[in-house]
Write a protein that binds this ligand. Structure first.
Ligand code: SF4
Length: 476
């Protein structure tokens, strides 16, 4: 999947005009929103549970380096192989080598955001290895080559007609049908066949427990469990922030994750694996590789502001609350991570220069922060990205201000240092703003300005200043 984050604004405009997107998002909001609250209320003390979850994530990130070492030690003691990859290329290279050495022709994959982040499917495909997404939504999105529309329902917006069409074209079924159950059954039959001779399965990791060396996966379809238990070789790909101190902590986070993601008290399947299968066990892989891919996280870990993004447990609750995401859905974000979660993470992973529209597309309403079970202060992070952008913190992922922009801000600062300069300046530019208003768009009540107002409108500027209007008795 090609990263299209730079096209955020254009794609968002397109989705804004898409009535189907709006209808689906409205339905998701009414379906999950109330049920999520209900699920949270089932906890003995929801606020205390939320506070504990936030404290666990804060501790896990603060102690991340030592917890990762502890996890590695215990995972190896359980019989797993732990592989460290500095970036996507190293992770992909290792997985590819692993597959080639075992003469693997295809793999099945459980739903995993990190493998989307590193572009694993593409690498495998380029080297003749087919990757079958085993989650139904991901499978459909993969066939259509689209990014996930939603973290929980990656293809929830795709009309059944389109699914039927692609299933027929790809030979997944022979007879057309618009029955969603029949479509699901066709995909199930097609994918189930892949598991019969499966030699290698690849999944992500929801949590990695340091004190037991256990990896945990959460899902509702059972495809991750099959992918983990059917093949001889299992590869679990994770990023460093998945580590949590203890099993007790993991269990508590599971309570919050399931309630926030799908409004369930617990998801249908929770798999906990401590190493490959042991002697006498029927299920489970003979060998387990845990690939820990850093992909730039160590670079921003040193920044106390930025590292807060690593707390995310990918529940998606912030999306349901976000007035921007709930109008445009996941496509405009153009990558694996969307909604407030993507707005926080993508700038750190892709660089501020490539993601300016993302961290600016926020009303700073703070609903995401309110709801986040991991305790991320999204608005604070967006403001810090904007500040870095404006002050031109060049040590931070290469944001550069143009000469014109620099002169503009110098002039603005000079003007704002004395009130008389400011008043004089405002008086001087007022006629130009008014002229722009009159010559502007069809809507003469708005002032179209280029640049800043590319996606915003300003009310027209009054002919007189507030003080002048007070003086003339126009303001009571
Ligand atoms: S940022 Fe918070 S609310 Fe959003 S997905 Fe991550 S943990 Fe969930």
């Amino acid at each position: 999947m090609k990263i299209k984050t730079e096209q955020f604004t254009e794609a968002a405009k397109k989705e804004l005009a898409n009535t189907r997107t709006r209808a689906i998002l409205d339905a998701i909001a009414s379906m999950v929103g109330a049920r999520r609250e209900f699920a949270m209320e089932s906890l003995a003390d929801p606020s205390a549970a939320l506070a504990l979850g936030r404290a666990i994530r804060a501790e896990a990130i603060a102690r991340m380096p030592e917890l990762l070492e502890e996890f590695e030690k215990n995972a190896i003691a359980n019989g797993a192989n732990v592989v460290w990859a500095r970036n996507s290329a190293e992770a992909n290279e290792f997985i590819l080598k692993c597959a080639k050495e075992r003469n693997i022709k295809y793999v099945t994959k459980g739903k995993s955001m990190v493998t989307e982040e590193i572009g694993l499917n593409k690498t495998l495909a380029e080297n003749g290895i087919e990757a079958f997404e085993a989650d139904l939504g991901e499978f459909i999105a993969q066939l259509l080559d689209r990014p996930p529309f939603h973290i929980v329902g990656p293809a929830i917006n795709i009309p059944v007609e389109e699914i039927c069409d692609i299933f027929l074209r790809r030979g997944i079924m022979k007879e057309p049908t618009l029955d969603p159950v029949a479509l699901g059954a066709a995909a199930r039959l097609y994918l189930r066949d892949k598991f019969h001779h499966l030699e290698m399965g690849i999944t992500g990791v929801n949590m990695a427990v340091a004190n037991t060396g256990t990896i945990i996966n959460v899902e509702n379809e059972g495809n991750i469990r099959l992918t983990k238990s059917a093949p001889r070789t299992q590869v679990s790909v994770m990023t460093p922030e998945k580590v949590v101190p203890t099993m007790r902590d993991a269990i508590h986070l599971l309570r919050l994750l399931c309630r926030n993601a799908t409004a369930q008290k617990i998801s249908a399947y929770v798999s906990m694996d401590s190493g490959p299968s042991k002697a006498g066990e029927i299920d489970g892989p003979e060998e387990l590789f845990i690939v820990i891919v850093d992909n730039g996280r160590s670079d921003f870990y040193a920044d106390l502001h930025a590292r807060e993004a690593l707390r995310c447990i990918r529940c998606g609750a912030c999306m349901y609350e976000c007035p921007v995401y709930m109008k445009i859905g996941g496509y405009p974000y153009g990558w694996a991570y969307s909604g407030p979660m993507g707005q926080v993470l993508n700038p750190l992973l892709l660089g501020l220069a490539r993601t300016q529209d993302l961290y600016r597309a926020c009303t700073l309403c703070g609903q995401c922060k309110e709801i986040c079970p991991a305790g991320i202060d999204h608005p604070k992070m967006f403001l810090s990205y904007r500040a870095k952008d404006v002050v031109g913190d060049l040590s931070y992922q290469g944001v550069k201000r143009s000469w014109k922009e620099s002169r503009f801000f110098d002039l603005l600062t000079f003007g704002m240092m004395r009130s008389w300069r400011w008043n004089l300046g405002i008086k001087a530019i007022r006629p130009f703003l008014n002229k722009a208003s009159k010559n502007g768009s069809a809507d003469k009540t708005r002032t179209p300005l280029r640049g800043w107002s590319r996606s915003r409108d300003l009310p027209p500027v009054s002919e007189k200043t507030f003080r002048e209007r007070m003086k003339d008795g126009e303001v009571k």
